[in-house]
Design a binder for this molecule. Structure first.
Ligand code: ADP
Ligand code: NA
Length: 328
């Protein structure tokens, strides 16, 4: 009996992933290796929807892959690859673009958000969610582990899959977003009313997995917290403390109820001091392992090439069936 399949991707648009990426999405990537037939990609085609530098992109794609391995992706248990090495992605994307309404694509709030912040707004930024649909549908994925901010894109993917199936006969699997409720949105440390994001958060609000332990400790200790003194989980009225509790609970594998009990009668400072150690201890070995994967770029490239070959076998078979249905 075949395992359900999972696919997800992440952009190589920064020098490090951040804690929001890990808690919202990458943690599930690691877990789902053992329950699913897992495909994960570094989506470099998506990364050029905003302006980029070729040398930087090439470096970041490798750093991204090294970090994913450091987080626990295992090439024996999942297929890890770089999107641009599998040309079927943009090929299917074109076909899906021709089945996507202009108005439908125009409703994507992430495009509205990103286009309002960038001076140079490309057609590629507009069609980004359609390429994402191609990524997922090529592998006939059942589940897509992502953060809450991807929910709308996943709805579009489902709509496109259903539309194609209705028009041409059963072809695609209609995928489910896999969003973990508790960690689907990690908030900015300096501005807890908004999400931690590499494009929007200032340096004080974001924790990079590859960051220096002392900087991590400092950021946690200066995280903006709420008025009042009790350490209770109440995202509505205490977004800052609640966010810290979520991070703590997930990384230390302790329930929030237990944390509330442990810190009963203690202050915000006590919580932050302990959490600073938890986060620093979590990140240090990841940074260490990432560096060691980057020390052997030839081996890293070999892993990615093998991943791309495995991915292409699946993607090519799907695309051949799609071409047939389309009339090519
Ligand atoms: P960013 O939003 O910082 O640009 P990406 O868009 O590359 O990061 O997101 C990669 C993955 O991480 C996606 O699945 C996304 O939903 C998830 N993610 C990003 N930011 C957060 C966050 N603050 N909390 C939870 N998940 C997040
Ligand atoms: Na995002």
């Amino acid at each position: 009996q075949r395992r359900p399949r999972v696919l997800s991707g992440i952009q190589p648009t920064a020098d490090s992933f951040h804690l929001g990426n890990y808690l919202g999405a990458l943690r599930s990537w690691v877990d789902m290796q053992d329950t699913h037939d897992a495909y994960y990609c570094v989506v470099d085609l998506h990364a050029i929807t905003i302006s980029h530098e070729p040398k930087v992109l090439r470096r970041r794609s490798r750093v991204a892959a090294a970090q994913l391995l450091a987080l626990g992706l295992d090439p024996q248990r999942c297929t890890l690859f770089v999107q641009s090495q599998v040309p079927e992605h943009p090929m299917l994307s074109w076909i899906l673009e021709c089945h996507t309404g202009f108005g439908e694509a125009g409703r994507m709030t992430q495009f509205k958000d990103k286009s309002s912040k960038n001076e140079r707004v490309t057609v590629g930024l507009f069609t980004y969610p359609v390429l994402q649909a191609a990524d997922i549908l090529l592998y006939r994925a059942d589940a897509v582990p992502v953060g809450e901010d991807q929910r709308q894109h996943l709805e579009l993917v489902r709509d496109l899959a259903q539309r194609f199936n209705t028009t041409y006969g059963k072809m695609f699997v209609v995928p489910e977003a896999h969003i973990v409720k508790e960690t689907g949105t990690i908030q900015d440390l300096a501005e807890p009313s908004r999400k931690m994001s590499k494009s929007a958060s200032g340096p004080a609000g974001i924790i990079d997995l590859l960051e220096e332990p002392n900087r991590i400790r400092k950021k946690i200790k200066s995280a903006v917290t709420d008025t009042g003194r009790e350490i209770t989980y109440d995202p509505e009225n205490k977004p800052g403390i609640s966010n810290l509790l979520t991070i703590y609970s997930t990384l230390a594998k302790v329930s929030i109820a237990d944390l509330e009990r442990d810190y009963d009668g203690k202050g915000y400072g006590d919580l932050k001091k302990d959490l600073a150690e938890v986060v620093a201890d979590f990140c240090a070995p990841i940074a260490e392992r990432t560096r060691s994967y980057l020390d052997d770029v030839a081996e890293l490239d070999k892993i990615l090439l093998a991943g791309a070959e495995k991915a292409q076998a699946v993607a090519g078979a799907t695309l051949a069936r799609v071409y047939d249905k389309i009339g090519f």
